[in-house]
Design a protein around this ligand. Structure first.
Ligand code: IMP
Ligand code: MG
Length: 194
């Protein structure tokens, strides 16, 4: 069941658009069990480091790491912020490190997690950066994937949900810095332009 708690029509209208849930909290939770199995299948987990790309992935990371620990998989975590400088950030494609990890990844099993795989620029750059540092292996896990939007040739090893080319918020994802706190994934109606 989709949880719309605290999103009365008034609070929705205040933003000038409707928040329409498309993946419920329960659906997220159910899928995560499968993600844990997939992690175990595709990589060694005895010296696992999860690198979360901020800000969007922190909610996903928090749930995933606790579920992994319930399945007796333990890990170190670290954070990286990638972005583009300048006004034309979205389209420039020039992804740079804004905040680096502090952990030495040499010889370790690295899982890079992000909220969403869109053009693929962020994930591709993150993988390149980590690969250069001599890890044992690097795998990519995206909570959401919008394959229609891809510009770079990159695929995640694990995808939570494939979604159509529509802008989404909630569960860590924002629109104009809002809605990260929603416990479900929603689209906006009408869809924001640009
Ligand atoms: P990429 O480099 O184009 O794959 O972009 C990935 C980043 O763009 C994600 O980490 C998000 O921060 C952001 N992004 C892409 N699509 C959406 C969306 O539908 N909602 C919110 N953020 C998005
Ligand atoms: Mg992001």
């Amino acid at each position: 069941m989709i949880n719309k708690t605290n999103y009365s029509s008034n609070s929705i209208n205040k933003f000038g658009y409707d928040i329409v849930p498309i993946i419920s909290s329960d659906d997220l939770k159910t899928r995560f069990e499968g993600i844990v199995d997939e992690i175990r299948q595709i990589m060694p987990v005895d010296n696992l480091i999860i690198i979360a790309l901020l800000k969007g992935s922190f909610v996903f990371l928090a749930d995933l790491m606790r579920l992994l620990s319930r399945h007796n998989i333990h890990m170190e975590i670290d954070f990286m912020i990638l972005g583009s400088y300048g006004d034309n950030a979205e389209s420039s494609g020039n992804v740079v490190i804004k905040k680096d990890i502090e952990t030495d990844v040499k010889g370790k099993s690295i899982l890079i997690v992000d909220d969403i795989l869109d053009t693929g620029r962020t994930m591709k750059k993150a993988r390149e950066i980590i690969m250069e540092r001599g890890p044992q292996c690097v795998k990519l896990c995206a909570l959401l994937d919008k394959p229609e939007r891809r510009i770079e040739d990159v695929q995640a090893d694990i995808v939570g949900f494939e979604i159509p080319d529509t802008f989404v918020v909630g569960y860590g994802l924002d629109y104009a810095r809002r809605h990260r706190e929603l416990p479900f994934i929603a689209r906006l109606e009408p869809e924001p332009k640009g």
